[in-house]
Design a protein around this ligand. Structure first.
Ligand code: SF4
Length: 235
């Protein structure tokens, strides 16, 4: 059983949703914000993979990595493209101030966990001038005003992956809300690793055993609520 953060998240939201999405192959519709987020992630990866990139490189990357899918029509697509440009202009302001060294972008990790395999992709890993290592996850929508709890599962998942698979010791975990140029950073605490490993292993065991009970508490926020046989939120 290979488990990623997305699979873990979906299984924890509702095991039956996991079955529909990853076993039956139901597709989650691509929304404008989801499509724009993919375009921005791809553009930033392209930009930072270049040697000493100039600002113009970011615009070239944005054009070459742009995704057309997910928009209702051409005006909606152009509106999304313009919004993305504004976000990247904002990003470049941060880049001019950056004092960290980027050690990795879109860095994949894979490590064994019992008989399972854990896989993930970290958006960016930075080294600070004082030597501290920062694991960064880009958020292209949502607000940095949200408080990120210290036990944020996604950041902890990446922090553990960094230690287990990349032999790098993270000091800081950051959600980077690129539209606002706002970062929410928490220190990495290895004390929770045992609990996190147990959570991942248990979910992988349950998935492997084909245990997919519906959890109606997630129905109001579920992408499949209009089609799912167990849905309690069809409106
Ligand atoms: S509609 Fe409800 S029961 Fe069905 S997959 Fe979604 S969350 Fe699970």
């Amino acid at each position: 059983m290979e488990i990623s953060f997305t699979k873990l998240r979906v299984y924890r939201e509702c095991p039956w949703k996991y079955q529909l999405q990853f076993v039956a192959g139901w597709r989650v519709p691509l929304t404008p914000s989801g499509s724009l987020g993919l375009s921005l992630h791809r553009a930033l990866e392209c930009f930072h993979r270049r040697d000493n990139p100039a600002e113009d490189d970011l615009w070239a990357c944005y054009e070459s990595r742009w995704l057309n899918a997910g928009y209702a029509d051409e005006p909606a697509r152009e509106s999304g493209r313009a919004k993305g440009r504004r976000i990247l202009e904002r990003y470049l302001e941060d880049e001019r101030q950056r004092r960290t060294v980027i050690e990795a972008v879109e860095r994949e990790f894979v490590y064994p966990l019992g008989r399972h395999e854990v896989r993930g992709m970290i958006d960016r890993i930075d080294r600070h001038p004082d030597g501290r290592l920062e694991v960064i996850d880009y958020k292209t929508y949502g607000s940095g005003d949200e408080t990120v709890p210290r036990d944020d599962l996604q950041l902890r998942f990446y922090g553990l992956g960094c230690r287990e698979a990349l032999a790098m010791e993270p000091d800081l975990l950051t959600m980077y809300f690129v539209a606002e140029g706002r970062k929410v950073t928490v220190p990495y605490d290895p004390a929770g690793e045992g609990e996190l490993r147990a959570m991942i292993r248990e979910a992988a065991d349950q998935i492997e055993a084909g245990k997919f009970p519906p959890d109606a508490s997630f129905c109001p926020r579920c992408d499949f609520r209009k089609r799912c046989a167990f849905s309690q939120a069809r409106d």
